[in-house]
Design a protein around this ligand. Sequence first.
Ligand code: ADP
Length: 653
Amino acid sequence: MFGSVLIANRGEIACRIARTAKRLGMRTIAVYSAADADALHVRLCDEAYPIGPAEARESYLSTARLIEAVQRARAECIHPGYGFLSENADFAEACARAGVVFVGPPPAAIRALGLKDRAKALMEAAGVPVVPGYHGERQEPKFLKEKAYEIGYPVLIKPAAGGGGRGLRRVERHAEFEAALDAAIRESESAFGASRVLIEKYIAAPRHIEIQIFADRHGNVVHLGERDCSLQRRHQKIVEEAPAPGMTADLRAQIGAAAVEAARAVRYSGAGTVEFVADGTAGLRAGAFWFIEMNTRLQVEHPVTEAITGLDLVEWQFRIAAGEQLPLAQEQIRLNGHAVEARVYAEDAENGFLPSPGPIAALQWPAGIRVDAGVEAGSTISAFYDPMIAKLIAHGATREAALDRLKSALEHTVIAGPRTNLCFLMALCRAPAFRSGRIDTGFVDRNLAALGGVPHQPDYAAAALGAARLLAQSFGGTAQTVALDGENSEADSPWAARDGFQLGGPRSLTVPVVVDGVSLEATVSYGADGIGVAVNGAAPAQDAQTFAAGEDVYVLRHGRQTRLRLADFAASALAEAGEGTIVAPMHGRLLEIFVHLGDHVAAGQRLAIIEAMKMEHTLSAPFAGTVRAIAAAPGAQLVEGAEIMLIERGETR
Ligand code: ADP
C-alpha cells in the first residue's frame, strides 16, 4: 500500500478520499486554489499546497501545477476524485512520467472510452448492446439530419466529448433538428472545446441503470451491482439508489456480465461505471437496456453501492493502483438492503435552479445517516465550482425504510445563506410515483410544479417571523416579548425603547423590509398584550428557525429559506429607477447577446446567455421595451450584479 497520496480535487470528494487514505495510514496531501485556502478539505489533510487562482483552468485543471505539487510533497500516488482531471489521459500519462501512480485506469483505456462515439463502436464490436443511432465520423448538418430521420424521432443529439449532461439536446421533430444541432455544437465547443456529436434514438420512458465494476491488473473483473439514477433534472442526477427498483437477480447477472465484458474489451483496471439506458415502459426486462457510456473514475453516487455492499470503494481503488488483486471474487460480493442518496445543491429550486453561491450562515447535518460534505458552518459556496453542498446517504433494510430515513434526514438538515434544493428533495421523497418506484429520467421535469420547482408565493408567515427577529435586533428588546410593565429599570423601560410605543389603544406602524429581494411591509401593532408583527396579514410562523448574519435574517421553514433585511430606502429607490437593468445573476462568462441597441423586445424574450457554475443561463426581458444600452460584450467575465444591458419599458411595436 502507498505511504502518501495527493488528492487532486476539492470539496466533498477530496474530504471523502482523505478519510479512507488516513484509515489506510497514508500521509494525505491536499491542493487548493486561491478560493479554497480555508476549505474543509485543506484542513482535513496532513499537508496542503496552493496551486493557483480560483479559476479551475489555472488550478485544479492545471497538470503542470499539480505535478509540481506532487513533486514538492513527494507523494507516491495521486487520486483525482471525479470531475476535473479524473478522466484526462494526458494527465494520467504526466503522472507516470513524474514517477507517481495515478489512481485510475490506464491512459489507453481512458482514451478509448473518453469519446462517446468511439466507446459505442468499441462496445458494439465486443458484443455489448448499444443504443441505436449514428456514431460515425461524418458531421455535415444535412447528413446528420438524414440520419436522425432514419433513426426516427425523438432523437438525442450528444456531444461526443460530453459529460455532465451538457450539450445534450432532445429533438422531437425533423423541422427542429438544425436549431438543436447548432445549440448542441455551440455548447459542446464552449464546454469541451470539441464539436463532434452523435445521434441516438431517444429511448421511451428511459431509466438510467449503471453498473459499478472493478478490475485489477491481473485480469480479474467483478461488478458490484447496479445503481438506478433515473431521478434527473436536465440529464443531471439528483437522487440515486441501489438496487434498482424492479431489478431481478437474473437481469442483474445479465447486465453485470455485459458491463464486465465492456471492461475487458478495453483492458480496464480500477473503478469504472458502465452506464446503460433501459426502456422503462414495462419495467426492467432482458433485452431492453443499451450501453450509453463508460465513466473511467469514481462516481458521485458511489456511496449507495458502498452502503449495500459494505465495501469502501476508495480503498479498492488504492489497492488496485498499488498492484494488489481484487479483494473479493464475484460470488463473494453480497448486496444488503437498500440505499438512497440525495444531492444537496446550493441552487434556487424555485427560480430555475439558478446556482446560489455565498457564505453559509448556519449549518447542521442530521444525525444517524452518512453525510458526505465538503463544507462546514462558516464555509462559502464558491461561484467558481460545482454548487453541490453535500450528499446524504440513507441505508435501510427495505427501500421504504431507506426513503423514510432520507426524508427525515432532509427535514433535519439546516443550511442558511445560499438557497438550496432541500425543499425540492423533500417533495421528491414524498412523491407517490417515486415511492412506488415508477420513475424515468423525465419524471422530475414533467412534475416540476408539483415538486415545488417553480416560483412560489413568498412565505409571509416566515417573513413575519423574520421581521420580528429583525426588529428585535435593530431596535432592542425582543419584539414579540416586550412587556409593558412600569417596574422596569430605565434602560429596559418601554419609555426608553425606540419602538414607537404610545399611550392609548392599539396602534400600528409599518416597517419596510426586503424579503428575498422584494419590497414588503411588516406591520407592527402595539397593544396591551405587547407587540405583534405581521407581513401581508400573516402572523409569525411557529414552525420555523431563524438565523442572523450581518444585516440579514434567514428563516428556514420546511426546507425553504426566506431572507429578510430592513429596507434601505435609498437602495430601493435606485432599484426602482433601474428596474430594466439586466444584471449578471452570478459570477460567470457572458457567452452571447441576442439583441442590438435600439431593438424592441417582448416580455420574456431571450436577451443573453451567461455561463456560470458549469451551466448556461438565459437572461430574458422582464417586460416589453427597448434596448437602451448594452454594457458588456460576449466573452466578458462578469461579477455578480454586473450590468449587462438596460431595457426601457414600453410596448413593443
Ligand atoms: P452525459 O455524459 O453528458 O451525462 P449521457 O450520455 O450519460 O450524457 O446521458 C445523460 C442522461 O441522459 C443519462 O443518464 C440518461 O438517463 C439519459 N439518456 C442518455 N441517452 C439516452 C437515450 N438514448 N435515450 C433516452 N435517454 C438517454
